[in-house]
Design a protein around this ligand. Structure first.
Ligand SMILES: Cc1cc2nc3c(=O)[nH]c(=O)nc-3n(C[C@H](O)[C@H](O)[C@H](O)COP(=O)(O)OP(=O)(O)OC[C@H]3O[C@@H](n4cnc5c(N)ncnc54)[C@H](O)[C@@H]3O)c2cc1C
Length: 411
């Protein structure tokens, strides 16, 4: 196999976006995805801000033809079981970009992979990248186990690591740093037949605190009357009792959340509980000579505001622009490939601050907005994923009067 312009490791939202946008400009792009078939994945609720990347990719028509529930809002339930008013994304901006989708990831990722292939990407499913190859400091390609079992080396001018939480490159280079205050874990599954609200609230994401505020549930309506339900808590809390299995942990937390019990009263669990842990981290560097990190392979914040896919798409788009610029300038150095880092992190940082507020026992949305009603729009802007389009930072001064917010972790 000859040398490619770009190799992308991973066919999730970050990898397929980067690959499609570079290939559509006529470059030779190869993408390796280790799953041969559409596979279950977490990360089902989108932010409206994904609209702009979908538009650039030319995916809006395909999305409009899916059966994915439309998501107009997110709603928070306090520890008492009382619901806040929903945060409607379209209340001040009635544009179609203010409504988004709840997706079945196996199906969604498959669609993104197919779309990348239509843009000219050589997509190889069932191919596991074993390592990124280097000559000195420069990435030069990958060693990959192909679907027929043979191991091959494929050269490239740029290697994009989009391998998600596997974080192939940042683990190899020991770049990954955990976010100590967000050491969380999660237990989750799908149910069939959970209670949904009506009208435009039918597809809403619900975030429900448990009675002791040690954990919270997500409730994400999916196609086919399925709903994704998961519980998130501190790793040390959720898995403290080692005698409990994942189902027992889920049931223990469910008993602490009356509104969730009501919604699931006549629902049937679709598959055994799955778990994930320690998922908040970021790499020290976003790029080096001949390589760049996108999506979760660079970093992941927290699931509470459903920002993961939005950030994966956004970083995919930004990395694609940096790669295109580097290819045309003949400069594929680390600084050139990672030139988007500060802008990317600035947006991520606003979401991170709101994540800290959510976990602070001094903060709740209702009390904050009662005191500062003028901040409503900035909160909706963050929940919508408008962090790269409008300045939301004035929010953080009044918010820091109510709870401790973190220093920017990137300066
Ligand atoms: C508990 C929890 C709940 C979440 N809920 C949400 C949510 O509701 N909404 C949201 O937007 N986000 C959510 N997320 C985050 C979301 O799942 C991720 O941010 C998103 O999937 C990142 O996309 P990605 O393309 O970077 O990585 P991924 O989607 O993980 O894709 C990486 C791909 O790389 C492939 N791969 C890995 N290693 C290799 C290799 N060596 N060779 C070849 N292929 C490889 C994998 O098979 C995978 O397909 C959640 C995360 C957690 C932990």
């Amino acid at each position: 196999m000859g040398r490619r312009d770009v190799i992308v490791v991973g066919g999730g939202p970050a990898g397929t976006t980067t690959a499609a946008l570079v290939a559509e400009q006529g470059h030779d792009v190869m993408l390796f995805e280790r799953n041969a078939e559409p596979t279950f994945k977490i990360g089902e609720s989108l932010m409206p801000g994904t609209y702009w990347t979908f538009k650039r990719l030319g995916l809006l028509d395909k999305l409009a033809r899916t059966a994915y529930p439309r998501k107009y809002s997110v709603q928070f339930y306090g520890a008492s079981g009382k619901a806040s008013a929903p945060f409607y994304f379209n209340q001040s901006d009635p544009h179609e970009s203010s409504v988004t989708w709840q997706v079945l990831r196996s199906d969604f990722d498959h669609m993104m992979q197919g779309h990348a292939a239509e843009k000219g990407v050589d997509v190889v499913l069932g191919a596991s990248v074993l390592e990124v190859l280097f000559e000195g400091e420069r990435a030069t390609g990958v060693r990959v186990r192909m679907p027929n079992g043979t191991v091959e080396e494929v050269g490239a001018r740029v290697v994009v690591d989009a391998s998600g939480q596997s974080a192939l490159l940042s683990r190899k280079l020991k770049l990954s740093r955990a976010e100590p205050s967000l050491r969380k874990a999660s237990v989750f599954t799908h149910f069939e037949g959970g209670v949904r609200d009506e009208g435009i609230d039918e597809g809403a994401t619900l975030i429900l605190n448990t009675r002791n505020r040690e954990s919270w549930f997500w409730y994400i309506p999916l196609p086919n009357d399925w709903v994704s339900v998961g519980v998130v808590g501190d790793l040390d809390y959720l898995f403290a009792d080692r005698s409990l299995d994942a189902q027992e942990i889920f049931d223990r937390e469910l008993a602490l959340c009356d509104p969730m019990v009501e919604r699931l009263a006549s629902a049937t669990q679709v598959f055994p509980m799955k778990t994930t842990r320690d998922f908040s981290y970021r790499a020290d560097r976003i790029s080096g000579d001949g390589w760049v990190l996108v999506g979760d392979a660079y970093g992941f914040l927290d699931p509470v505001y459903s920002s993961g896919v939005f950030l994966a798409l956004k970083s995919g788009e930004m990395a694609a622009d940096a790669i295109l610029d580097g290819l045309s300038a003949g400069d594929l150095s680390g600084p050139r490939l990672g030139r988007f880092r500060d802008e990317y992190l600035k947006g991520m940082e606003s979401i991170r601050k709101l994540v800290y507020a959510f976990y602070s026992s001094d903060f709740n949305f209702g009390a904050f907005l009662k005191k500062y009603p003028e901040c409503q729009q900035q909160i909706v802007d963050i929940l919508s994923g408008k962090v790269y389009r409008v300045d939301v930072t004035p929010l953080f001064e009044p918010m820091s009067e109510m709870c401790a917010l973190p220093e920017a972790s990137w300066t």
